[in-house]
Design a protein around this ligand. Structure first.
Ligand code: ATP
Length: 580
């Protein structure tokens, strides 16, 4: 039985360490000493959660209830807790200040179970129930433990690293060598439950990754597409026959059907079944296989009859975002009608199709999905001729779509889960309009606004992901393109992610310091025109201290469907600059 204090002390230590290698080593050392379920529980806790992303793990305690629980636990007034909160900006720190020293007695298992009970408390009187459960465990906790219990409960652990660090640590802890990290990361793309993965690795060591295969009910990380610079490049990248599919601009959805149960998962692996009851119903009618996993895109869409002709209207992504809600789904179902376009099949009745080439998958997709109502299969053209692909692209754009995805049809055209693959290439209209490109950037800071924007932010400091270092490096300051509505929405989002100092996984040059630091959580799409060398930014900074910068950036939209670790990478930016 491992005590929770060991985990709390490690969390505290990790907050201060910046070296990637050192963090991984410390985590590995910790996991080596755990047994059984502790491995699984701790894997979730390190990521600030009590389960995988595809399960709802929200505990249902917001600041107000936490304040009440803390006041009750330490017999102080709620006002006192609020005052301290206003000063420290962190309820974990408040607990650390006011709780009394005591002997550490809690186990990891006990804390984990208690967090589960807090989540489960529901129905009438659940708020009191949750408050009591939290307050009770705080009374048993040491100041260090209490600090992290409160942060976990509020979903604000903020250790400053993501799942990749854990996977590297598992390689060292459970296989004795970091060289298996690549294989483990691959397994994680297919089995996205980090707790299960950790447990299997602890039990089976190096033999474990092989046992992972896709299972209906557990989402697989999405395969992504590369950008190309020109049609000529496309020709060079995929020789011979290729398929150009329409690119739908909506929300990615992975549909999992297991008997009667049908679920939909987002690209962030969240369960979005409840947002799209119409899609789920339609899939029930169109897809008859008992067990199947499909990959596709939901778009805001209507089909009209005009003078005997069928007319399709595709709406931009922003319209679809109206459906990102928990309440009034039925109302929005009418207000924002959607369709689903499937473009891949990953699993069928007990068999993984990830290692089948795309032509075979496409033909199975066509066999097992009946096109009717709002269920479609991505339209495409198959050809060797780049000229024909250009024509298909022109027709696609004419319809109001954003572009095409060109896919390899080679013998090795597998489904590469979690990869920005060299088997899929996207070509969008904006690429053909000169060097205008879009980037998914992480907001890491904001500057106060002046004049008309007083009281709001003036510009956002945005970063790209350095994949090797798992660090966010600044690329540009975005100050244009915001509508008033965007600005309000962004201000609200920013306010929940303000931190008092630079998060340790963010790198900012001295001269670029923002007025407010924002923890990496918000991803925005930005249009920009040119990548240049810049001494002011840290993106891809070499030894000579020159980073890369994006010129003439303009805000396009908030990308709720992106997590910070899905952002545009330094490697992609370098590629765009140098073309190699
Ligand atoms: P962008 O930001 O350019 O829209 P993205 O960042 O959403 O692209 P990419 O991997 O660059 O993601 O482009 C592929 C995305 O396009 C997929 O994630 C999917 O959501 C969407 N998509 C639409 N139609 C298709 C299709 N026919 N095949 C594959 N992906 C498609």
């Amino acid at each position: 039985m491992t005590r929770f204090i060991e985990l709390a002390e490690l969390f505290e230590e990790l907050e201060k360490i910046t070296s990637h290698k050192e963090i991984v080593r410390k985590i590995a050392e910790f996991f080596r000493g755990l047994d059984g379920n502790e491995v699984k529980d701790s894997a979730y806790l390190f990521l600030g959660s009590i389960g995988p992303a595809f399960v709802n793990t929200t505990l249902g305690i917001k600041d107000r209830l936490a304040v009440r629980a803390i006041a009750a636990a330490y017999e102080v007034s709620e006002d006192e807790v609020k005052r301290r909160y206003a000063r420290t900006g962190d309820l974990g720190d408040v607990v650390f200040e006011i709780s009394k020293k005591r002997e550490a007695s809690l186990s990891i298992e006990e804390v984990f179970q208690r967090l589960g009970q807090i989540k489960e408390a529901s129905g009438k009187g659940s708020q009191e129930g949750k408050t009591w459960l939290l307050s009770d465990i705080l009374q048993k906790a040491t100041p260090e433990e209490g600090k992290y219990i409160v942060r976990l409960v509020l979903g604000r652990l903020r250790l400053g690293f993501g799942d990749q660090f854990l996977l590297e640590a598992f390689s060292i802890a459970f296989t004795g060598d970091k060289k298996h990290a690549g294989k483990i990361k691959e397994s994680y793309s297919v089995c996205t439950d980090i707790g299960e993965l950790a447990k299997a690795l602890a039990e089976h060591g190096t033999r474990a990754p092989g046992i992972f295969s896709i299972k209906p009910g557990i989402p697989v990380k999405s395969m992504l597409a590369q950008r190309v610079e020109s049609f000529e490049e496309l020709e060079a990248r995929i020789q011979g026959k290729k398929a150009a599919e329409e690119k739908y601009d909506g929300e990615r959805i992975q549909i999992h059907k297991k008997g009667d149960e049908i679920k939909g998962f987002s690209r962030r692996l969240e369960d979005i079944t409840a947002q799209y009851p119409d899609v789920i119903e339609a899939v029930r009618k169109s897809v008859l296989a008992d067990q199947i996993v499909l990959d596709g895109e939901i778009v805001a869409y209507v089909e009209l009859e005009k003078d005997g002709n069928r007319i399709e209207e595709f709406y931009p992504f922003q319209k679809l975002m109206q459906r990102r809600r928990k309440y009034e789904i039925e109302k929005y179902r009418e207000k924002c009608p959607v369709a689903v376009f499937f473009f891949d099949i990953l699993y069928l009745n007990g068999e993984s199709l990830l290692k089948k080439p795309y032509p075979e998958r496409r033909s199975l997709l066509e066999t097992h999905v009946v096109v009717r109502g709002i269920v479609h299969i991505a339209r495409r053209t198959v050809t060797e001729s780049i000229g024909e692909i250009e024509e298909f692209f022109d027709e696609t754009v004419e319809k109001g779509l954003e572009g095409i995805v060109v896919k390899s049809m080679g013998d090795d055209s597998y489904y590469e889960a979690g990869k920005r693959s060299w088997l899929w290439f996207k070509w969008k209209q904006e690429y053909s309009e000169g060097m205008r490109e879009t980037f998914d950037l992480v907001v890491v800071g904001s500057y106060y606004g002046r004049g008309r924007r007083k009281g709001s932010f003036g510009a956002l400091l945005c970063a790209v992901l350095n994949e090797e270092e798992q660090r966010f490096e600044t690329l540009t300051k975005v100050g244009t393109g915001f509508t008033e509505i965007n600005a309000v929405e962004i201000n609200n989002l920013l306010s929940t992610h303000v931190v008092s100092e630079i998060p340790k996984n963010v790198s900012i040059k001295k001269g670029m310091m923002p007025d407010i630091f924002i923890e990496p959580a918000i991803v925005i799409e930005v249009l920009g025109s040119e990548i240049t060398n810049s001494p002011g930014h840290t993106a891809g900074e070499g030894e000579e201290g020159t980073g890369l910068a994006l010129r003439f950036p303009r805000f396009l939209r908030i990308r709720y469907d992106r997590a910070p670790y899905d952002a545009t990478t330094v490697k992609e930016i370098r590629y765009l600059k140098n073309g190699a």
